[in-house]
Design a protein around this ligand. Structure first.
Ligand code: NAP
Ligand code: HSE
Length: 431
């Protein structure tokens, strides 16, 4: 007897899941031993052309879907907090299993949603919420269950990684973002991607799974790629670095540090070679050591691969068992979060410095006063301008000290405009 499925949303991911369930029946029967009956797809606009999707499946009536007794699994692929959250809770209370890719909802309201699922004796599967096709949720909750996890460091946003890759090939930020949107990598609101919010949503979910804690989303330090200047990517390249948007969760002295920011990664490091819409997530377990998960992090079919795996788990009943039994999914106590100012790493700074005696002295003096030691300083000659680019690489310094120094540097009259600042990940931190 086939398992009845309904999908809420028929955009990039919803349509790819529908096509997989409709067109790959033989493969699913062979690989998963199951048949699926796709019964309804919820949309806002049924008149919109959707090639490959039979019109008879489309509806705007959510209640009809949720009250259909033949629907066993509800797959939420609309995105956003509402109405997705309410529909998921209603589906659970009506005895449906839920599959979702909605990291935004889970990062902010996962504890409530999971509680509702437990109360209903049901489950919520969310493999596609992080890392697209990469089975990272399964790895963290099951494959690495024998490990105390120390650190997660990864590239978890395909759109940003695509943009940074294309910018390093010489394309403009705007062109690269437009391409990422048309390929279906970006969120409906792409500011979620480029400001780092989507990466932070994923980091909240991954950290909750890895460290078995509740993650207060508002405590994650978030900086996106929207204020990066291509000039800095070029200087970074000259110095042997590649710029990546990283999501990092690590235990430091009994605290959890959670941060999303652009970072220079040494060119020879594994994460530096992750290009385009690909994601890569490094997880450090006390027994496993480093493990690395790599694959397509965004796009319809890669994400559908993870969603359909969850549909199969739900149909087999394994999702219910895991959901009920695994403490990693329960998120017991709130995490003790380390203040961002206490995080230590190397820093790249670039400024337009007045080309006059004393400028360098004043600038390095500000850094020295804040206890920031310089590893390298390079001033580039300019024949046309009285201000010249000054690039500084620091030794390890606290984020708080660098932030305080930047506040002073940005007000110096020998510095024009705002100082560019990119954190630097040393190989020792990333392997
Ligand atoms: P999308 O292309 O914008 O599709 C959203 C779909 O939801 C559309 O079909 C839309 O209907 C429908 N919808 C939205 N609000 C609705 C409402 N109030 N009532 C009925 N239908 C509604 O989004 P997407 O890229 O597929 O993403 C879906 C989810 O997957 C999001 O949570 C996203 O974060 C997540 N995700 C996306 C990717 C990716 O690569 N795109 C990867 C992993 C996870 P209409 O078609 O009628 O407008
Ligand atoms: N917008 C997201 C990204 C989709 O670019 O990574 C995958 O979660």
């Amino acid at each position: 007897m086939p398992t009845g499925v309904a999908i809420l949303g028929c955009g990039t991911v919803g349509s790819a899941v529908a096509e997989m369930l409709l067109n790959e029946k033989l493969l699913l029967k062979k690989r998963a031993g199951r048949s699926f009956d796709l019964r309804h797809i919820l949309v806002r606009d049924p008149a919109r052309p959707r090639p490959g999707i039979p019109r008879r499946l489309l509806t705007t009536d959510a209640a009809k879907i949720l009250h259909d007794p033949q629907v066993h699994i509800v797959v939420e692929l609309m995105g956003g907090i509402e109405p997705a959250g309410t529909l998921i809770r209603q589906a659970l209370s009506l005895g449906k299993r839920v599959v979702t890719a909605n990291k935004h909802l889970l990062a902010l309201h996962g504890v409530d949603v999971f509680r509702a699922a437990r109360k209903a004796g049901s489950s919520v599967c969310f493999e596609a919420s992080c890392g697209g096709a990469i089975p990272i949720v399964m790895a963290l909750s099951r494959g690495l269950v024998a490990n105390d996890i120390d650190r997660i460091i990864g590239i978890v946003n395909g759109t940003c990684n695509y943009i940074l890759t294309r910018m390093s090939d010489g394309q403009t930020y705007a062109q690269a973002l437009a391409e990422a949107q048309s390929a279906g990598f970006a969120e409906p609101d792409p500011t979620m991607d480029v400001r780092g919010t989507d990466s932070a949503h994923k980091l909240a979910i991954l950290a909750a799974l890895a460290f078995g804690v509740q993650v207060p989303f508002e405590k994650i330090q978030i900086q996106g790629i929207d204020s990066l200047d291509a000039v800095d990517l070029n200087y970074g390249r000259e110095l042997g670095y590649v710029c990546k948007l990283l999501a990092i969760a690590e235990k430091i002295n009994g605290y959890l540090s959670l941060r999303v920011h652009p970072a220079f990664v040494p060119r020879q490091h594994l994460l530096a070679s992750v290009g385009g819409p690909f994601n890569a997530i490094s997880v450090f377990g006390h027994a496993s050591g480093q493990t690395l998960y790599y694959g397509r992090g965004a796009g319809g079919r890669p994400t559908a691969s993870a969603v359909v795996a969850d549909i199969v788990d739900s149909a087999m009943g394994t999702a219910d068992v895991l959901f009920r039994e695994l403490p990693a999914l329960a998120g017991r106590s709130p995490a003790r979060i380390m203040p961002p100012s206490a995080v230590v790493c190397r820093h790249y700074l670039r400024m337009q410095a007045l080309d006059q005696p004393g400028s360098m002295h004043r600038i390095t003096g500000v850094l020295g006063k804040k206890g920031i030691s310089l590893a390298a300083v390079a001033q580039h000659e300019s024949r046309q301008d009285s201000y010249v680019p000054l690039v500084v690489m620091t030794h390890e310094a606290g984020d708080g000290a660098v932030t305080a120094a930047l506040r002073v540097l940005n007000r110096l009259n020998c510095v024009r405009g705002k100082v560019s600042h990119i954190r630097v990940i040393d190989p020792a931190q990333a392997v």
